[in-house]
Write a new protein. Structure first.
Lengths: 383, 282
């Protein structure tokens, strides 16, 4: 049974359509990440699920209950705010105990539960302190503690890591994942960081302009993006996009891009080519574009260009190569022996490219891979 | 010292005193003395048998304080306390709730209402006194408590403004966090909002208290029974047609100021511990 369901949900702020016709389900125990650029409606959607905003159209279901108009307190959810929203005038203990006290839990039980949660999050020594005396990471933990103090149906997290420094973010990321696995509570997590989304989510919903473009597993999102936006949003560095065209008929299709024209396996297209010629955009991930000296043997296609920038990260080097006026990022091994202005040759396996319709941005290739066992074996399927 | 001496390089010469700084500070000290002189007069005159308008060396006596502490004057002080406390409560409690609504709720024409409230806080009470007198006379309530209520109401516009600003500063997230924990609106007000805007509420309450404490005309006009008159009216009693008892005025003024001074000292402590928004949101 789905734990959360959105049915034709739209939200208007004045005349502005913030959310347009959302339809999705979240299953019991699933970890779903809402990701997208700022202002795309992901936080608004989370707040509608929390009951902090009321949808203008449609219905929100939690379990088999219509909660569209239910106040937040009646939804059995708990939430971590981006700002943490800790009560500054209360000690850590009081902050954690606030919810149970409101719900009239027995004093001794509250104390037991608070200490249990504090133990789990390593907050034991901080219980008598005020939030202002704590570091960002510790405040973050208290916010998580307040979320965990009861076992709600759903955890909601609104960009909980965005205020932390990079090192702490990585640590907290795995801590949150571990917690969620242990407690097996349905979780909705909002972030603008695609790396966070890819590492954490069972499924990821990519938002843009108030709509979900795709809601899928990280693997599907990466391999079979529905359109150019999703393809560019997922993966770092960003996918390269080059103008190109498909021409020919039935089985003899040619793909022209980057100044060349090559035979293209028509079987990979989702639908056979209807017109003689079709304007497309070719997507190539930097990881799939290899330096000729470092390329796997399957990479049959060659491209030549001039090095215009070199970004060294250590384990690998991203080199910007100018190919006939288009800047393309490609992955080189660490510290390659190249210079600015040098001509380099790149190799590419045509199986790795993505094709999008130039006008609509839709992916025009058929499914790259059948979903594997790893994809279908999700936590809720087991139980 | 020895450590800093061992550091390499020339010490940077920073000039502490310059002629300009000295001149400016002397001027400011002079201004301060100018404002201090009435206070000194008050202290000296209160214990001087020959007290007059002049500031002069006193012939010591405590007789004036005996007058200040006599039964009638103490009763007037009690009336003043009663008047101010009632007025403060009448003003501050509804103002806090109104301020919350203005801060958090969508109210049609809110800005207009707030502007007129701000405008009303500038209207002097004295221009209202005649119609108010007539209303009070008609309703037969020319006495202490109704006057206190009236004075409280006159403090409300300003208090609403002060408290609203304090509530505006509280992040909305805190309330939402409490709502998600199933807290009722009353509990949110009492447990989250009130503690966090306490400094604002206290500042408003002090304003309400002082506003009534120092008021002379409304009690004089609106309270018919002389037994119910507060201290400002009692001070007036020290000035008869032919004699002005400066010493007694000074002594009673000191007694009359004491509650306000105590109030400030107590509140100062509250204010210092008050601003705790740090750590709420980052």
């Amino acid at each position: 049974m789905p734990n959360v369901r959105f049915e034709h949900v739209s939200k208007l702020f004045g005349d502005h359509v913030a959310i347009r016709d959302l339809n999705f389900e979240i299953k019991e125990g699933e970890f779903v990440v809402f990701v997208g650029p700022s202002g795309c409606g992901k936080t608004t959607t989370l707040r509608m699920l929390a009951g902090l905003e009321t949808p203008s159209y449609g219905k929100v279901w939690i379990g088999d209950k219509d909660v569209t108009l239910a106040p937040p307190g009646e939804r059995d959810i708990s939430m971590v705010f981006q700002s943490y929203a800790l009560f500054p005038h209360m000690s850590v203990y009081k902050n954690l105990a606030f919810g149970p006290e409101v719900r009239g839990m027995q004093k001794s039980l509250i104390s037991e539960r608070v200490h249990q949660v504090a133990e789990m999050l390593d907050l034991g020594k901080l219980l008598h302190r005020r939030p202002s005396e704590l570091s960002g990471g510790q405040r973050q933990r208290i916010a998580l503690g307040r979320m965990m103090i009861r076992q709600p149906k759903i955890f909601l997290l609104d960009e909980p890591l965005s205020n932390l420094d990079a090192a702490l973010r990585t640590t907290m990321r795995s801590e949150i994942m571990e917690l969620q696995r242990r407690l097996a509570v349905t979780t909705v997590y909002v972030t603008h960081d695609q790396v966070e989304a890819m590492t954490m989510g069972d499924r990821i919903a990519v938002f843009k302009d108030g709509s979900i473009l795709q809601i899928d597993t990280p693997r599907q999102l990466y391999q079979n993006p529905t359109n150019k936006f999703v393809a560019c949003f997922v993966g770092s560095p960003k996918m390269n996009i080059l103008p190109g065209s498909l021409s020919g008929r039935a089985t003899a299709v040619k793909l022209g891009f980057a100044g060349g024209s090559i035979a293209f396996d028509a079987g990979r297209l989702a639908q056979p080519l209807a017109l003689e010629e079709r304007e497309v955009e070719v997507g190539i991930r930097p990881q799939d574009l290899h330096w000729i000296k470092d390329a796997p043997s399957r990479c049959g296609h060659r491209l030549g260009g001039v090095v215009s920038n070199i970004e060294t990260t250590g384990p690998e080097t991203y080199v910007v190569v100018d190919i006939q006026g288009t800047s393309i990022v490609s992955k080189f091994p660490s510290f390659p022996d190249i210079k600015f202005g040098q001509t380099v040759e790149l190799a590419l396996d045509l199986d790795d490219i993505y094709l999008f319709d130039r006008a609509s941005g839709d992916n025009i290739l058929g499914n790259r891979d059948k979903p594997t066992q790893a994809d279908t074996k999700l936590p809720w399927a087991a139980g | 010292m020895s450590q800093s001496m061992s550091l390499p390089g020339e010490p940077v010469p920073v000039r502490v005193l310059s002629p300009g700084k000295v001149a400016v500070n002397l001027l400011l000290i002079l201004c301060a003395l100018f404002f201090l002189s009435p206070m000194i007069w008050l202290l000296v005159a209160s214990v001087d048998t020959q007290a007059s308008q002049q500031l002069e060396w006193p012939t010591l006596t405590l007789h004036q304080f005996e007058i200040a502490f006599n039964r009638n004057n103490m009763r007037a002080l009690g009336n003043s306390l009663m008047l101010s406390i009632v007025a403060t409560c009448v003003a501050t409690i509804p103002s806090s709730i109104a301020a919350y609504s203005f801060s958090r709720h969508k109210i049609p024409g809110k800005n207009g209402i707030l502007l007129s409230i701000l405008f009303l806080s500038g209207v002097p009470i004295s221009i209202l006194i005649i119609p108010i007198y007539q209303i009070f006379q008609w309703a037969d309530c020319l006495s202490l408590i109704p006057t206190a209520v009236f004075l409280g109401v006159t403090a409300m516009p300003f208090e609403i403004y002060v408290i609203k600003n304090a509530i505006d500063a509280i992040p909305l997230d805190l309330e939402e966090a409490a709502r998600i924990e199933q807290a009722s609106i009353v509990r949110i007000l009492v447990r989250v909002i009130a503690p966090l805007c306490l400094p604002g509420i206290m500042a408003a309450a002090i304003y309400g208290f002082i506003n009534t404490w120092g008021n002379f005309l409304p009690p004089l006009v609106l309270i018919t029974d002389t037994v119910q008159q507060p201290s400002p009216v009692a001070i007036f009693g020290f000035m008869t047609a032919d004699v002005v008892n400066y010493g007694a005025i000074a002594a009673y003024s000191l007694v009359y100021s004491t509650p306000v001074i105590i109030l400030y000292i107590v509140m100062a402590r509250l204010f210092r511990g008050g601003f705790v928004l740090g750590g709420a949101v980052k």
